[in-house]
Design a protein around this ligand. Sequence first.
Ligand code: PAF
Length: 282
Amino acid sequence: MDLLNTPAALRIQCRQWRKQGHSIALVPTMGFLHAGHMSLIDEARKRADKLVVSVFVNPTQFGPNEDLDRYPRDLPRDLKLAEEHGADAVFAPEPGAMYEPDHATWVEVPELAKGLCGASRPIHFRGVCTVVLKLLNLVQPDVAVFGQKDWQQLAILKRMARDLNLDAELVGMPIFREADGLAMSSRNVYLTGDERARVPAIRQGLLLMQQRVKDGETDAEQLGLMFRRHIADTLPDARIDYAAFVHPESMAPVARVDKATLLAVAVFIGKVRLIDNILLEG
Ligand code: PAF
């Protein structure tokens, strides 16, 4: 497995593979890999001859008061895991190699980014789109694999790929969960022992909403109130950033859950912000 640190080295390697007739898969990550990332890497491994995993804590998707500096990092461990799961190359650049000091070009999908995570993280998706487009341009993959935990991110990236006629197929993989239902996230390491024990209540709240919809409740406002009540009862110290019922592709709010609807939530517990979602079959 090769470790590549510069965009030029990545481009040259991928160009060579394509000349040799190989297909290429890309898994973009911010590192500190967990089993959820591994499910993306394993899927990507099956879909192409050559597999590139990028490990880059992208500074442009973090707001000024967010956790860029303390975001967990462990490159030696990431390299070992990527190699064990069949990666042909890991791309792990320094921020200075990815962004010129006078970087001035941004990619945005404002319509899909205005709600949910975009409402409380105003520059987040601009940073995500820009770095992912840069990675897609460098690798020119046949396929790129992302997790559905960041459903809004995936919807935005798919729209960007469609609108800008990108060649790569963007694939979303189901959320990977701990045994007690907590969605896997590199940020779960921020939770204290007590918080960690209690946060599966978020997933239980999503399942409760699924049950209510199956029982015939379709009013998004009522369902939202029920979810808030569930969190207030089970995690009284938590603060709900949002609990939104939206169209799964356009991210537009819906009033009735009478066709496929995404319930996406973000909940602060202490200083940690956890996101999760469930696709409700209305
Ligand atoms: O989902 C992530 O880890 C990041 O947002 C991504 C797609 C790797 C871009 O930095």
